[in-house]
Every structure is written in structure tokens, then in C-alpha cells.
Design a protein around this ligand. Sequence first.
Ligand SMILES: [Zn+2]
Ligand SMILES: [Zn+2]
Length: 386
Amino acid sequence: MRDLASAIALRHDLHAHAQLSGMELYAHDCILKWLAPLCPTKVFSHVGGHSVVAVWGMEPSLPTILFRADTDALPIEESADFSYCSRTPGVSHKCGHDGHSAALLAFAHELFATDHPSWLDFTRCNIVLVFQGEEETGQGSRKLLEEQVLQVYNIQVCYAVHNVPGYPMGQIVCAEPTFAAASCGIGVALRGRTTHASTPELGKNPAAAMAQLTMELMRWNDSAQGIDAFRLITPVFLHMGERAFGTSPGDASVGYTLRTYSNRSMETLFGAAQQTVQRIATEQGLLYEITQAEAFRATEVSPTWLQRLRRVCGAEGWDVCMREKPFRWSEDFANYLQLYPGVMVGVGAGATHVELHHPDYDFPDELLMVIVNLYVGLLRDFCSTL
Ligand SMILES: [Zn+2]
Ligand SMILES: [Zn+2]
């Protein structure tokens, strides 16, 4: 696959066979098939689920560079009608992970399809490519890193790319010190007492507590702030009772997504939210239970490696946009960056391209070679200082 047409065909194949987080078997097998002719030194399959790790290089203690792509799709029905539409009902690639995976495979083919380039010396370094599932649920990187496949390698830097609609096609989009926000779900179960609707005073109806909690948490929103003070609380579900007008319900469950730009702010915000639940529930005589879900850490980039990335872009004449603030969405690549220095970088998918997770979204194929060229540039830069 040393040509764009093959990379596009691969992307369309992955797109047509979209699978949800934790079920990425088609992508797993397809990736193994495309890796096989490239003779990696080692391939680890079904890592922490259906992730694949491929390594080139003989000596794990040598300086190692890692590139990661994600493989999972979303529970969104595809609204478009093109030849490679998702064949999985209710599931489609609306975040472009099909493109990220195809680009990483195309990069591998660029390097290893024939004799690898002379500047790539495996007596001095290793390359690790990670095709990771379950990114959308925030589980994939944690599960993969827990498997400790990567632990033996002397990983000096790691990179991942995400396409970003709203930016000119191919523009490199960076943010420092944080690329994407931390986010965390907080679920609250409230338990009161169910009674007849004619005598609510005999029971404990949680409606007022739900309303008060929602209002209080949302009053904390301050999305105009910078790294340390930004906080955003979004109500995501509020459930209480049935369409049964004779009953005053006793149980409720509510959930909110908390968002900050730093891991420390997230700890503070989550703690404050817990205390608020406790106070309101106690005041209203309700029992409560708090659960944490889908926790993503902030995606904190290495200033040193970001500077090197910017130098590579400068030398190649690639357009770079430095954002003033992190993206508000979260990325589970953050977990790699807690262990290894590295950079998460955006690549513009077109200024007017439909946004991520929209039913009309599709990864623009023009980006495949942009990502391949970026990775080649980053790898060459890594090799140049060994
Ligand atoms: Zn997504
Ligand atoms: Zn994504």
C-alpha cells in the first residue's frame, strides 16, 4: 500500500465494517492482515481487548518512538449514502478513527513495504505502532497499558493524531500545555420513600433535590476561564418516576459530566460535587450513592516534544495553529502521556467540515497522506538525534 488509492480503499473497508468500543474484531483482523507483509519484529494481538501492538526493532532498551491510532466506532446511525456506508446497523465511524487507523497502516507501509529508509537504523531505535480500541469510552488505553506489553520498551516519545473539523484541511493544530480537557461522569442515585400522590408528605420525593442539585452544579459553570479555573458541568440524565399520576416516587437517578482543563482542577471539582450531593441529600432526608464513570484525564503534552514537532512543521512549511485553550472534548491518549512524554496533535479536516459525532460526518480521505507525511517527519526528527 504505497499509494493513496490503497490507503483510501483500506479506510473505506474499515468504515463499512464499523464496530462499537470493545467489539473491534474486524479492525483487529484487518490490521493484522495489512501488517503481516511488513514483517514486524513482534505483533501483540488482542491486547486489553482488541488492540494491536506492532514493533520493529530488536532491542527493547533502545530509544523507542510510539505512534497510536484508535479503531472504534460510535453508536450513531449513518445518515449518508455512499458506497462504503456502515453495514453495521446503528453503528458508524463518526469520529474518523477509520481514517486514523488507515493512516497509521499507510505509514507502516510507507516505511516497511520495501527496504526501510536508510535513515531508519534499528541498531539505534525501535518503532511501536499501537492500534487501540475502546477510545470513545475511555477504557482502551487503560486496559492496554495495564497489559504491560509496552513496559519493556524504552519509550522516549509517543504521538497520536486526531482529525479536527473546523480547521483548514491539513492544518496542524496544537495546544500547550494541554491539548484536550479532562472529563468525568458523576452519577447520583437518590433514595427517598414512595407514597400515594395524594399524601406526598408521608413520603420523600427526590424532585426538589434533583432540581436543586442541577441548579447548584450548573451555577459553577465558568467556561470563559483559562487552564486552572475552567469548569463545565453538563446534565446528561435526570430520571424519576413513571407516567403514573397516583404515585409520588421515592427514587431518582441523575448524572452530570464534569469538565476541566487540568487534572488537579478535576479532583477539586469532583470533590466539590460530591460534597454538594451529600449536603442536599442530607437536607432533604434522602439516601444517596455516588458513582464515577468514563473518567478521562487531561491530555497534557510535553513542551520539549511539542517544540520539536513545531520545528519539523516549520522545516516542511506546514501550517501550524497554536490554540489558546485546550479542546473541550477528552482523549484517552491522555493515559499514555501520564507515562511517557509526547504530543497529541490535531489535523484540520476542513474549515466547514461537519463536526465529529454528527450523523453526516465522514473522515476526509485527503488527510490520509497528510498524517503519513507528518509521522514520517516526526520519525525522521526522532532518528536525527539518536
Ligand atoms: Zn469521538
Ligand atoms: Zn475520536
